[in-house]
Design a protein around this ligand. Structure first.
Ligand code: AMP
Length: 286
């Protein structure tokens, strides 16, 4: 079986929820992650949003020093955990989405693993969501890891809804070829962690022969599989079934719509990524 998740790009903003992703490290190792490339981008979108009068060069230099220190610590931590690690150096300054995509291509990573701040819709439009931008434009699969924000006395804590990521996979299949291409990833992850799979199809017709074929294929590899067919709005049903079935991750294929198209027809992936309480794996077509 060919390794699929060997080299991972991990964009970090050093936030609590982002670093919490490393709690999944032992499971990520199980699915074959061997090398992590960290990237921190000094977000110049944000700087231009701040009132004028700051010296950009000086700002970048200061931020680079801070980032270098934190990234070196993370590299050390990962190495102690038995993972090959490095960070993108020099630390890029610019638009995080652009720099993350550039690094993914240059480093030829097999997966991008990132967090999501889960901001309110208005702020998202104003500042731009990094995870949505990356999911939309990446050429390799992306996992957006979601956490629960639990209120505490002194702020918030990021909590995983489930301790494991690949234990119960919800494989959203729309009978398209894009969805078919996700199968090899679903199968690979499920075999590696001995996980279960639910194939979910939301549609008005129930022509599910193709899904039965996929179920047989997964079962022949020893993966416990069931099919659920629902009527209704795809994104709503995907989120609902994920809750009902206590899924630990959602796997989906992206049609790769452009921004305008996605806004016009409504991208199921965007909506699921935004509202999901569990991680979402998005496969991008070749
Ligand atoms: P979002 O909440 O959609 O903007 O996505 C947040 C996630 O994007 C974080 O968990 C990081 O993975 C990534 N990210 C955001 N800002 C940066 C940054 N300046 N440098 C690197 N990664 C970033």
């Amino acid at each position: 079986m060919i390794a699929m998740f060997e080299k991972v790009l991990f964009p970090t903003d050093f936030s609590e929820c982002n670093l919490k992703i490393l709690d999944y490290l032992s499971e990520l190792k199980k699915i074959g992650v061997e090398e992590v490339v960290l990237i921190r981008v000094i977000n110049l979108n944000r700087v231009t949003g701040i009132a004028g009068g700051i010296d950009i060069e000086e700002y970048i230099e200061t931020e680079q020093k801070v980032a270098e220190e934190k990234l070196s610590e993370l590299v050390e931590f990962l190495k102690i955990e038995g993972i090959n690690a490095k960070y993108i150096d020099p630390i890029p300054a610019g638009n995080p989405v652009v720099e993350i995509l550039k690094a993914a291509e240059k480093e030829k990573v097999s997966l991008i693993l990132m967090g999501s701040r889960g901001k309110g819709v208005v702020k998202e439009i104003l500042l731009g969501s990094v995870s949505e931008g990356v999911v939309r434009k990446a050429k390799v699969p992306v996992i957006v890891v979601k956490f629960e924000l639990v209120e505490k006395e002194d702020g918030y804590e990021c909590r995983r809804l489930f301790p494991k990521m690949f234990e119960r996979i919800l494989y959203a299949h729309d009978l398209s070829e894009h969805s078919d291409k996700v199968l090899k990833y679903v199968k690979y992850a499920a075999i590696k962690v001995n996980g279960e799979v639910i194939i979910l199809h939301v549609s008005e017709d129930d022509n599910i022969q193709k899904l039965e074929q996929i179920k047989r294929e997964l079962e022949s590899d020893g993966i416990k599989t069931k099919i659920i067919v629902k009527k209704g709005s795809p994104h709503k049903m995907i989120l609902k079934v994920a809750e009902e079935e206590k899924s630990t991750i959602i796997f989906m294929g992206s049609r790769g719509l452009g921004l305008i198209q996605a806004v016009l027809v409504g991208s199921v992936v965007d909506t699921v990524v935004r509202h999901s309480r569990i991680p979402v794996f998005v496969y991008k077509g070749e």
